[in-house]
Structure formats: structure tokens, C-alpha cells
Write a protein that binds this ligand. Structure first.
Ligand code: HEM
Length: 250
């Protein structure tokens, strides 16, 4: 009987005194340790990649397969530009350049201005055969870019073209000047007119250089200057300003 009482006492849970227990400093169970507190780095990367891919796809659709970057196309994403960059700039003679006028559809379309050659194949409606500005291709027609005489001035030769920017004097006003004064005025006019020609050439050269569809491919070398200086075409002569109207403007 006494041994039975002893066993019952052993099985009963020992009652602890009701004093507060100190918090355990032992490591938590593994399940508690891995509990998530927020999105992981991997989750964030996944979301970002999804957003970028979705944006590229939408841009491709919205820009009619033109761009995956909402119209922004860095030069190295354009194959012909990248290939030309890797192959280096071209050096063409006028004879070689003449092949690139759109007649041979296996070749790109090139035009030259101020010796710089540009690929304008991206706009065959304007520069291809039958296009409004096809005459500019396969050659350096810098003079036509300045004068606007598209048929007569398909040449790089700019000699004398500054005349179109030189003011026409009134006879009466000229009579009042000495020959020395006339000479000085004429030299001044010519200097300013040459600057205007350079400005016009630079305008068009930059137009092609910075155009989002065209790109520079190299230079044309060996352009010959004919012995005889050509006359200013009629339409350019008609554009010459009158000094009286220039003075009024100033
Ligand atoms: C110095 C005179 C001029 C020069 C050098 C010149 C040059 C050019 C060039 C290089 C382009 C092509 C732009 C591109 O690649 O997108 C162009 C476009 C155009 N130009 Fe001129 N231009 C001149 C005067 C004129 C004049 C007077 C007219 C109007 C009668 C005109 C009408 C047009 C039109 C409508 C286009 C749009 C493209 C097309 O449909 O062919 N241009 N111009």
C-alpha cells in the first residue's frame, strides 16, 4: 500500500510555485525562425523584370514594331548603324558613290553633303527611285542644298555661290560712294555671305547627322573641281536680298 502511494505521487505533475518565470533565452524553434517579415529580394527582382518585359512588349505593340523603348532607339540597337560602326567608316570615290542611288535594290541609298556620306535608305519614298529627292542620292550635291536649284546645281562645287546672299545696291547709293568705300563694302558683304553659305551647309549636314533614321557612313574623296566657275542659277539670283530692305530690317 505504501509503495502504491509512492508511485501515485511520482506520476502527479509537480506543482511549481506561482512566481513569474524569467523569459527563455534559448533559440526559437526552426519554424518560428523562418517566419516571413516581407517580400524577399528575389520577389522584388521578379516583379521588376515582369514590369520591364511588359513595358517593352507594350511599347513594341504601340509603336508598330518600331521600338521597345517607347520611341527611344539608341544607335547600337539599329543593326545597319552597329554594323557600319564595327566595320569602320567608308571612303568612297564619286564613281563608287554613284552606285548607291537606289537603282540597285541590293545596295543602301547614300547621299553626300560637304563630303560626308549619309545612309538615307530608311526613307525610300523620298530618296528611292521616283522619290522627290532621289536626285540628291549617289552624289555630293552640296551646292543644290544651298541654292535650291535642284536640276542645275547637282555638284559639290560651292565657288561663287555666296553671291546669292550678297545684297543688291541701289544705283544712286553706289554713286555716292568712293571706289575705296565700294571695295570695302563688297569685301564685307562677301565675308558675311560666305558665312551664310557655311551656315546653310551646316544646317543640312546636321539635319542628316542627327536624324533619327539616317546615319553617317563615311566620306567621299577625290571630288574634282571643274576649271570653269559656274554661274549662279537663276532662282538663286532672284533670291538675292536688296540692301534697302536689309537696312530697313536693321
Ligand atoms: C534650298 C531649298 C530646299 C532644300 C535644300 C530642300 C531639301 C529637302 C530635303 C533634304 C528633304 C527631305 C527631308 C527628309 O529626309 O525627311 C525635303 C523634304 C521636303 N521638301 Fe524640301 N527642300 C528645299 C525647298 C523646298 C521647297 C521650296 C519646297 C516646296 C515647294 C519643299 C518641299 C518639301 C516637301 C513637301 C518635303 C517632304 C518630303 C517629300 O514629300 O518629298 N522643299 N526638302
Amino acid at each position: 500500500m505504501s509503495s502504491l502511494r509512492q508511485r501515485q505521487q511520482q506520476q502527479q505533475p509537480t506543482k511549481e510555485p506561482s512566481t513569474p518565470q524569467p523569459r527563455s533565452t534559448a533559440p526559437e524553434k526552426p519554424s518560428n525562425r523562418n517566419a516571413k517579415t516581407g517580400p524577399s529580394i528575389l520577389d522584388i527582382i521578379r516583379v521588376l523584370v515582369t514590369l520591364v518585359v511588359a513595358s517593352c512588349g507594350l511599347s513594341y505593340y504601340m509603336t508598330s514594331s518600331e521600338s521597345v523603348l517607347w520611341g527611344y532607339r539608341p544607335w547600337f540597337t539599329r543593326w545597319p548603324v552597329l554594323i557600319r560602326y564595327l566595320q569602320g567608316p567608308l571612303t568612297l570615290t564619286p564613281q563608287q558613290l554613284s552606285l548607291y542611288n537606289g537603282t540597285d535594290t541590293s545596295l543602301p541609298i547614300y547621299l553626300s553633303i560637304n563630303g560626308s556620306v549619309f545612309d538615307v535608305s530608311a526613307n525610300p519614298l523620298v530618296y528611292g527611285p521616283g522619290g522627290h529627292y532621289n536626285f540628291f542620292t549617289g552624289k555630293d550635291a552640296t551646292r543644290a542644298f544651298v541654292t535650291g536649284c535642284f536640276q542645275e546645281d547637282q555638284t559639290h562645287d560651292l565657288r561663287g555661290v555666296e553671291e546669292m546672299f550678297m545684297p543688291i545696291d541701289e544705283e544712286a547709293e553706289l554713286k555716292a560712294l568712293s571706289s575705296g568705300e565700294k571695295k570695302i563694302r563688297r569685301e564685307q558683304d562677301r565675308r558675311l555671305a560666305r558665312a551664310s553659305v557655311q551656315k546653310q551647309v551646316a544646317h543640312w549636314e546636321n539635319f542628316f547627322r542627327h536624324h533619327k533614321k539616317y546615319f553617317e557612313v563615311g566620306r567621299v574623296v577625290g571630288l574634282e573641281v571643274p576649271e570653269k566657275e559656274r554661274e549662279l542659277c537663276q532662282s538663286a539670283r532672284q533670291q538675292r536680298p536688296k540692301r534697302s530692305s536689309l537696312n530697313k530690317r536693321n
